[in-house]
Design a protein around this ligand. Structure first.
Ligand code: MLC
Ligand code: AMP
Length: 492
């Protein structure tokens, strides 16, 4: 993402980041990322797409590491700070990374992997030490980042983007939402997904604007930041708006007025990563006078469609394709459908990813013969704007904005001694979008679901752990023996 760094030089004295209570200029960010790059290169002239994994909370240091890897010619692989060791190990093995940069707080946690995988653990302190080496020249077609996303296969796949892809993903949003140097945004999203990385952090830094990090979502702290008057923009998943509304509803009347007034002053508030329920949009509008701008995206494509910044923002709709994004809706025979006819979104354009990391077959299957990326999302053109109707697979769950594979959770559950068989589904939920829920077939007469929950916590991050269980002697199946998940949902 070398143009991002070139642009940063022209903003040198401006405030780039607020992190852990400190402000950092673009110049400080460039210096820190040069240190990271030089320490990574350590005598080499170019990392030549070496995968550099890093486990660093959202912060100035996170950004310096990301930019340092890019400057040195590496591929940035951000790890999730909420993941248990097996999930981290999976990414390290899949990317064949030999180095991991970690915040001091994670060093002991990662130590077992040093021995088991022979990986080199680098502390933030080590990697940020003053150092100055000549940087390689990087062409925009080189691989820049791998983000892991769940799909219809059990294990997450690594989505590879190049410097050019990332630039296209950023610039379409900067244009559509009219980012400016005087903008200021709060980042409360995890930094291993496109929403936080591209839409918030990278768009801000491309524009010479300021991004303020909160290491973790906290409704009170978000409202405080909004009330400070510093922010011009805010972007989040629907669950976060739901939680902000709950906080506001419990606040004393005089505080409600202050919070509402402050939120009404932002120039733009965006929702995405999951369907924004119309009641949430309406409640937010009643509280803040802001009509949330809903947009649609995916790890593989960046952002695809958006409601209008200056024109209509229609509740329950995701708008029209963003600048530079080609989109079509097709039926099961891959033929474009007409207005009011449901079809599947297919996307083409410079913001579409390059490949799934070392999965040639999965990459091939993800595209049509004529190069359209097959999203799996079903939509309809309704009176001039697109509306998402659902997904083509019941095995993909969206909870709190995270994409979760039911198959991955089932595979883990089946390794527990009390589980004979199981099926995982997403149940509609006002707060989380969908709630991960599991039907377990077990030989035992009585089972305490807490046993499973506590055991799962060591294998999977909290957002993948089922919140509801039912225990049944068998799973509902069709004549072919396949579990009928839509029938199963009715059993809960
Ligand atoms: C956490 N909890 C859940 C849960 N996640 N319960 C049910 N369902 C879930 N999905 C529980 C925890 O176990 C805990 O319970 C309690 O909620 C608080 O946990 P937490 O981790 O502190 O949660 P919180 O910080 O409130 O998390 C909510 C959130 C988070 C919305 C901030 O889910 C989040 O950051 N989501 C954003 C994900 C994202 O960025 N997606 C973008 C993907 S890219 P207990 O009992 O222990 O208290 C993409 C493309 C695009 O989609 O278009 O953008
Ligand atoms: P991810 O793989 O985490 O990037 O998630 C991408 C998926 O999130 C898409 O394929 C959609 O199913 C879903 N998604 C993103 N934005 C929206 C939206 N505004 N409405 C409905 N679904 C969305």
């Amino acid at each position: 993402m070398i143009n991002l760094l070139d642009r940063a030089r022209s903003f040198a004295g401006r405030k780039a980041l607020i992190s852990n209570g400190n402000s950092y200029s673009y110049e400080q960010l460039l210096t820190a990322s040069k240190n990271v790059a030089s320490n990574l290169l350590s005598g080499k002239t170019d990392l030549k797409e070496e995968r550099i994994t890093f486990l660093v909370p959202p912060s100035f240091e996170y950004t310096a590491v990301q930019w340092g890897i890019w400057s040195a010619g590496g591929i940035a692989v951000p790890l999730c700070v909420l993941h248990p060791l097996p999930s981290i190990q999976y990414v390290l093995e899949d990317t064949q990374a030999t180095r991991i940069i970690a915040h001091e707080a994670f060093l002991d946690f990662l130590r077992p992997l040093e021995k088991e995988l022979g990986i080199t653990l680098l502390s933030l302190q080590q990697i940020l030490n003053d150092n100055d080496t000549k940087m390689p020249s990087i062409t925009s077609d080189r691989r820049a980042m791998i983000l892991y996303t769940s799909g219809t296969t059990s294990k997450p796949k690594g989505v590879v983007t190049t410097h050019a892809t990332i630039e296209a993903q950023i610039t379409t949003l900067v244009k559509a939402w009219e980012w400016e140097p005087d903008d200021s945004i709060l980042n409360i999203l995890p930094m291993h997904h496109v929403h936080g990385i591209i839409n918030v952090l990278s768009c801000a830094l491309w524009s010479g604007a300021c991004c303020e990090f909160l290491p973790k979502f906290d409704a009170e702290k978000v409202w405080k930041a909004i009330a400070s008057g510093r922010l011009t923009l805010f972007m989040a998943v629907p669950t976060i708006y739901y939680k902000l509304i709950s906080y506001w509803e419990k606040a004393p009347l005089k505080d409600q007025k202050i919070l509402s007034m402050a939120a009404s002053n932002l120039r733009l508030m965006v929702s995405g990563s999951a369907a924004l329920p119309v009641p949430v949009l309406e409640k937010w509008r009643a509280i803040t006078k802001q009509t949330l701008l809903e947009r649609y995206g995916m790890t593989e494509i960046g952002m695809g469609l958006s409601n209008s910044y200056r024109g209509e923002r229609r509740p329950g709709h995701v708008g029209l394709p963003l600048p530079g994004v080609a989109m079509r809706l097709v039926n099961s025979k891959n033929k474009p459908v007409g207005e009011n006819e449901p079809g599947e979104f297919q996307i083409k354009g410079p913001s579409v990813f390059k490949e799934y990391w070392q999965k040639a077959e999965a990459t091939r299957k993800a595209f049509t013969e004529d190069g359209w990326f097959i999203t799996g999302d079903i939509a309809v053109l309704n009176n001039g704007l697109y509306k998402i109707l659902g997904r083509d697979s019941v095995d993909i769950i969206k909870s709190g904005g995270y994409k979760i594979s039911a198959l991955e959770i089932e595979d883990v559950l089946r390794t527990h001694e009390i589980v004979e068989d199981c099926a995982v589904v997403g149940l509609p939920d006002a707060e989380w979008g969908e709630l991960v829920s599991a039907c377990i077939v077990t030989k035992r007469e009585s089972v305490d679901s807490m046993v499973l929950t506590n055991w799962l916590k060591e294998q999977l991050p909290a957002y993948k752990i089922p919140r509801k269980y039912i225990f049944r002697p068998e799973l509902p199946r069709n004549v072919l023996g396949k579990v009928t998940k839509n029938e199963l949902k009715k059993l809960f």
